[in-house]
Design a protein around this ligand. Sequence first.
Ligand SMILES: CC(C)(COP(=O)(O)OP(=O)(O)OC[C@H]1O[C@@H](n2cnc3c(N)ncnc32)[C@H](O)[C@@H]1OP(=O)(O)O)[C@@H](O)C(=O)NCCC(=O)NCCSC(=O)C[C@H](O)C(=O)O
Ligand SMILES: [Mg+2]
Length: 285
Amino acid sequence: MSQAARPFRSVLYLPASNARALEKARSLPTDAIIFDLEDAVAAEEKDSARWLLSSALAAGGYGKRTLIARINGLDTPWGQADAEVARDMKADAILLPKVSSAKDVDALAAIIGKRPIWAMMETPTGILNVVEIAAHPQIQCLVMGTNDLASELKSRHRPDREPMLASLQHCLLAARAHGVLAIDGVYNAFKDEEGLLVECKQGRDMGFDGKTLIHPAQLAPANEAFAPSEEEIDLARRQISAYEAAKAAGKAVAVVDGKIVENLHIVTARQALDKLDAIAALATE
Ligand SMILES: CC(C)(COP(=O)(O)OP(=O)(O)OC[C@H]1O[C@@H](n2cnc3c(N)ncnc32)[C@H](O)[C@@H]1OP(=O)(O)O)[C@@H](O)C(=O)NCCC(=O)NCCSC(=O)C[C@H](O)C(=O)O
Ligand SMILES: [Mg+2]
């Protein structure tokens, strides 16, 4: 499946040191998996986690889910070895944490060659430089690291995420300007389904493609929030059919439910139907 045809509603982190989680993820309804070698893995397990992950990916069994390996930063004791091993892993992309500038992406590319790169946006410098980062030819996706960012900004976690909004929107602008994916940050209270759903809907309404998650219990709310709803699909089909009828009658616009429908609305309507197809395709092995 091409990246354009893939859904990214749910992007689940799992510690690459956790053999049980590596196995469990093969059957979880997640659109993508980030296998973490960075913050979720203790220093004494960094080397073994790298090899555990390589073996799990070589063994396969993750279906059509998009698979991403998050390495340690190249300025850490583990980053270089992670990158060298990740270069040969059966992953779709390599995720670099705490990216500050396009030069950081170049440094990783010098080790891994032309492989796709995802970038964590989680430092003030990175957020300020996000335009050049998103423009890098190997960048496929920006992932918001809202925990690290809140810590560096000295801001508080609030249900409305007001302290985070400027950074989220700035990264989203850069992602859309350069045609790359944008995935929202994690919701730490993994037993609070209601709070997660509210935050998923906020991220969806802003324009994010999906949400990063930390626990299997978070998959259903994210999959629901970031999928087109039945009402959206019904409206999309009616808009397309009304617009085609209008065009056949020599008109440039149609009216559906008392609202004008122009070509740009048809683009959005087709995107909703394409997303539905991509979700259905993921479920078929
Ligand atoms: C948060 C957890 C430590 C909780 O783990 P645990 O206590 O084991 O939870 P449960 O007992 O409820 O687990 C039930 C079963 O589900 C499996 N499980 C749990 N989490 C995962 C997972 N992430 N992926 C796959 N499978 C998972 C358990 O093995 C149990 O299975 P079973 O035995 O069959 O019942 C844990 O959820 C966890 O470690 N989560 C991931 C944490 C992580 O990766 N953190 C780093 C990324 S967050 C971040 O850094 C973002 C960014 O950088 C930023 O700055 O914001
Ligand atoms: Mg982080």
